[in-house]
Ligand binder design. Structure first.
Ligand SMILES: Nc1ncnc2[nH]cnc12
Length: 181
């Protein structure tokens, strides 16, 4: 049996499973994939916070934040790019950076290919993610984006997890604790 953490976000309540990610660290697992009501409500709430920010395109790291990014992009009337976590066979001249993550022990990468880089070039970009924890994915994504010639004008997430990222430059809805036991 799992213990749970009760999350209140965007007017909804969800029970998150506490899962162990290290010998003395459990996180409350936040998976919004497939939860249509939660995705839509969070997109509404984030839209209200960033609608006047001037974003011309959104970027999200795959995978859990993709439906949220789609919902937010529709509200803003813009397109989005999904930064992938592996180099695909069809990618031309991929731009790659390494990622350090709280949930994954293996080495991870983040990658945008030339086709997506072209969409981003010269644009005002807002990065979207479901949870920001250590900020590792954000930092790697920003390193990749720098090489595409776009300008990151904002960063948004549903949750800021107590994982080391200051959150000063992040627009988010709620904070999420971690459990050191
Ligand atoms: N609490 C969490 N739930 C799901 N994914 C995460 N990534 C980092 N922290 C997370």
């Amino acid at each position: 049996m799992y213990e749970t953490y009760t999350l209140h976000v965007a007017g909804l309540t969800r029970e998150l499973k506490k899962v162990r990610v290290a010998p003395s660290l459990r996180i409350a697992s936040f998976v919004m994939l497939g939860d249509t009501r939660l995705i839509e409500r969070c997109a509404d709430a984030l839209y209200e916070k960033i609608k006047d920010g001037g974003a011309e395109i959104l970027v999200c790291p795959e995978a859990k934040g993709i439906p949220l990014t789609h919902a937010l992009a529709v509200r803003l009337g813009v397109d989005y790019v999904v930064a992938r976590k592996s180099v695909k066979g069809y990618m031309e001249r991929p731009i790659v950076a390494e990622v350090k993550s709280i949930t994954t022990t293996e080495k991870q990468i983040i990658v945008v290919d030339e086709f997506d880089a072209e969409k981003l070039k010269g644009k005002k970009v807002c990065i979207v993610d479901d949870v920001v924890s250590t900020g590792g994915s954000l930092a790697s994504l920003e390193a990749v984006l720098k090489k595409t010639g776009c300008t990151v004008i904002g960063k948004v997430a549903v949750l800021l997890e107590e994982g080391g990222y200051s959150g000063e430059d992040l627009t988010y809805l709620e904070r999420l604790p971690v459990f050191k036991d």
